[in-house]
Design a protein around this ligand. Structure first.
Ligand code: PLP
Length: 502
């Protein structure tokens, strides 16, 4: 039921008429259907929800991930009319069809203005040119210096908005390989009606990353270091979502990129970069350092919405399950090897499920069976339909430690830029991609180099300095608990500290 009643459509049109500069412009720039966008689960049996419901739910109750029932699509004229908008306004225009009737356009614009007002660069996600073809999209100007702020600053405000409408207090449970945790904690610290429990693998995040989480002393913030890897932590979060004893008592929500609202917010910067480089009249390619497949899936969404994307290059480190899946259809998890790019030290990429669902004809029952097979054997083959669909837009590359260090050195010697290890893996993939010369190739710079100072210093001899806004991080008090990597221990801790429903 994609279309809602005519009066809802009209009232949204009226809002836009009141704020649009001129009628001709307004007609072309109108967002798409202001219908009640519905979200369906990739595993086919959870109830469909609206945007508010999908945002608060995170993971679907059948273990799947929520995706919009259909992709909104902009015409070339509509895309052209987005050029030159301030970032917050571009964000509201891109998000509006996904938000549907959960927020008025005016309120949505207030939230994007507030979220992106906290960024240290006026352009929010500035583009930098590296050579004739290579560009860098700097996504690290938010409060915690990683691209995850772009989505999570918005998500924190959405939670606050929707929780303010009543309903149960929210218990956010998340797992982090480093950057999600600090960005999520910054986004919800001190906010009403929400607690956050953030699991990180003990000793496997950098000192800066850990301190960015553990020095936030707001009473609604609970940091938990567990024995094990990121995948162990992520598995425990998933188990909690599927544990009726917990979901019955607590309204459990997600901030991992399994939350649709995060991906929605990330679609915006693909448009921002594409528009600056000539879209809709010119195709643009992106190289994306990838772990959980969230960031690069947002690029796929941008392409479905009409942005002319020549190619999405999935860049992995030696934890290369996605590279293997995209080159020969083999999606099988090995063991995680710790690297200098810890946010990509992942062997199970949750958001890949969204792509497999969309490419596999959106057959929830079939995907549920495919994922059940993966969950028992930790391996699966992509179907031909999934492989061929992926090959049309995606390619991939894998970077080992020396590829990464070489990319950091190349950027420093040729442009004076210091890159963090994740970004360097993206740039390595971009430099070996061999695309036609006329296609601009944008590497997503996912973290500030100061977050990973040791690796940058090893490659270049230069030690990046922490930006002034987080300069006293190493003097601040830390607070965290350490728990064994066992589900029962985590569930008991959350149950003892969270606020129950009702
Ligand atoms: C999270 C993260 C990634 C991986 O992003 P996904 O959305 O999980 O693919 C890459 N680089 C950095 C710095 C990150 O924090």
């Amino acid at each position: 039921m994609p279309w809602r009643c005519a009066s809802a459509w009209l009232s949204h049109s009226n809002i836009r008429q009141a704020t649009a500069p001129a009628r001709g412009f307004q007609l072309r720039a109108l967002p798409l259907t202001r219908a009640a966008m519905q979200y369906v689960s990739t595993r086919g049996s959870a109830p469909a929800l609206d945007f508010e419901g999908a945002t608060l739910a995170g993971l679907a109750s059948d273990g799947g991930l929520y995706v919009p029932r259909e992709w909104p699509r902009f015409s070339n004229e509509e895309i052209a009319a987005l050029a030159g908008l301030p970032y917050a306004e571009l964000a509201a225009r891109i998000m509006a069809p996904f938000v549907g009737e959960s927020l008025s356009y005016e309120r949505l614009l207030e939230l994007t203005t507030q979220a992106y007002g906290r960024f240290a660069h006026k352009a929010v996600t500035p583009l930098r040119q590296l050579d004739e073809q290579q560009w860098l999209l700097e996504l690290f100007h938010g409060p915690t210096l990683a691209f995850k702020d772009v989505a999570l600053q918005m998500l924190g405000l959405l939670f606050e908005e929707f929780l303010g409408r009543g309903g149960d207090p929210l218990t956010i449970v998340g797992a982090t390989s480093g950057d999600t945790g600090s960005a999520a904690i910054d986004a919800v610290a001190g906010r009403a009606r929400v607690d956050i429990f953030m699991l990180h693998p003990k000793g496997r995040v950098s000192d800066v990353q850990r301190r960015q989480m553990t020095t936030v002393l707001a009473p609604n913030v609970h940091n938990i270091a567990i024995e094990g890897t990121f995948d162990d932590a992520q598995a425990m979060v998933k188990a909690m979502f599927n544990d009726p004893a917990m979901t019955g008592r607590f309204a459990i929500g997600a901030v991992n990129s399994i939350n649709w609202a995060r991906l929605m917010a990330q679609v915006v910067y693909y448009f921002a970069a594409g528009l600056q480089l000539g879209a809709p009249h010119r195709e643009v390619a992106f190289a994306v350092p990838t772990g959980n497949f969230g960031d690069v899936f947002a690029g796929y969404v941008a392409a479905q919405m009409g942005l002319p994307v020549a190619r999405l290059i999935v860049a992995t480190n030696v934890n290369d399950i996605l590279h293997r899946a995209l080159t020969n259809g083999d999606y099988s998890a090995g063991t995680v090897t710790p690297t200098a790019a810890p946010s990509m030290d992942i062997q199970v990429s949750s958001n890949f499920e969204r792509l497999l669902f969309d490419l596999g004809g959106r057959d929830g029952a079939a995907l549920a069976a495919q994922m059940a097979g993966f969950e028992t054997s930790k391996a699966m083959q992509l179907t031909n339909m999934q492989r061929e669909g992926a090959a049309r837009l995606f390619s991939s590359a894998r970077a080992d430690a020396s590829d990464m260090a070489r990319a950091i050195r190349w950027a420093y010697e040729n442009t004076g830029e210091l890159l963090d290890p994740h970004t360097a893996i993206g740039l390595h993939a971009a430099r070996v991609a061999d695309l036609p010369r006329e296609v601009p190739l944008v590497t997503l710079a996912t973290a500030h180099p100061a977050k990973f100072r040791d690796a940058v210093e090893r490659a270049t001899g230069q030690r990046p300095t922490l930006p002034a806004r987080i300069g006293d991080l190493f003097e601040r008090e830390e607070r965290l608990v350490e728990l064994p990597g066992e589900y029962a221990a985590i569930a008991d801790y959350v149950a003892a500290h969270a606020v129950p429903r009702g």
